[in-house]
Design a protein around this ligand. Structure first.
Ligand code: CAA
Length: 240
């Protein structure tokens, strides 16, 4: 029986690439999304992967959404915490709302999604939690105090949970993408983006599929000895 994988923020960008690569690898995949209905419908039409709408920032919505996915597809054995947002601003211009929005989605969202699934994974003695952090959680980034804090928090959560999950067959790992050619990075002003690309030794932005391949590897049964790790994929921009 194919394992069930749930990808948050799975209808666009890196999440969509992950969902597709997991499906290609034989998983039964569900994709969560929060806002863009049109993109989600298009994604399902193109891939056949069902989409489920809720905000990862809302614990009760996560619990209810997960219950629906499990009723439709079966117990979730692979969770990919990919949903993430930016509210970039230099700190002197960053508002409490900018701070809260990013922490609620990028860090609290990982708790909200992982917590309702944890006991089931413990009981079944198998689980894969893979969280998409970021190069900017490793090195910090100008105008991203909120985002960098959230993504660094994801790494701490990953390492703590890895210790708790190990005895029950649950691995917990993080992937730290560098700058990938997605809507999020394309929203950075072009001049700034050019400066960023100049700092990437391989000389280009990454592709979403390059991050998806990392996730498929960490999700596999064969990766059972890898836990608490951070897999960095950033074109050589930063060595953690
Ligand atoms: N280091 C030092 N100074 C910097 C800087 C940097 N990296 N980036 C900008 N500055 C400076 C500018 O030179 C400018 O200085 P002056 O005032 O002396 O000209 C100042 O900071 C910018 O001030 P502004 O008031 O003009 O800033 P703004 O309110 O217009 O904000 C910005 C602009 C939000 C900072 C914009 O430049 C930006 O979006 N930068 C990119 C931030 C970034 O890398 N975000 C990552 C998004 S992708 C992602 O997050 C995915 C992932 O995981 C990798």
């Amino acid at each position: 029986m194919a394992r069930v994988a749930l990808v948050t923020g799975g209808s666009r960008g890196i999440g969509a690439a992950i969902a597709v690569k997991l499906q290609d690898a034989g998983y039964r995949v569900a994709a969560n999304y929060a806002g863009n209905d049109e993109a989600a419908e298009r994604f399902t039409a193109e891939t056949g992967i069902p989409v489920y709408k809720w905000s990862v920032a809302d614990y009760d919505a996560c619990a209810a959404g997960i219950a629906k996915v499990e009723a439709d597809l079966g117990a979730v054995e692979v969770l990919v915490n990919n949903a993430g947002i930016t509210r970039d601003a230099p700190f002197h211009k960053m508002t409490p709302q900018h701070w809260r929005d990013v922490i609620d989605t990028n860090l609290n969202g990982v708790f909200n999604m992982t917590h309702p699934l944890w006991n089931g994974m413990r009981e079944r003695k198998f689980g894969r939690i893979i969280t998409i952090s970021s190069i900017n959680g490793q090195k910090g980034q100008f105008a991203q105090a909120n985002y960098s804090a959230s993504k660094a928090g994801d790494l701490g959560l990953t390492k703590a949970l890895a210790q708790e999950g190990a005895r029950n067959g649950i691995t917990v790992n993080a992937v730290c993408p560098g700058y990938i050619a997605t809507d999020m990075v394309m929203a950075v002003p072009e001049k700034v983006r050019d400066q960023i690309v100049a700092q990437i030794p391989v000389g280009r932005l990454g592709e979403a599929a390059e991050i998806a391949r990392c996730v498929v590897f960490l999700a596999s049964d064969e990766a059972g000895f890898i836990t608490g790790s951070t897999l960095t994929a950033n074109g050589g921009q930063y060595f953690a």
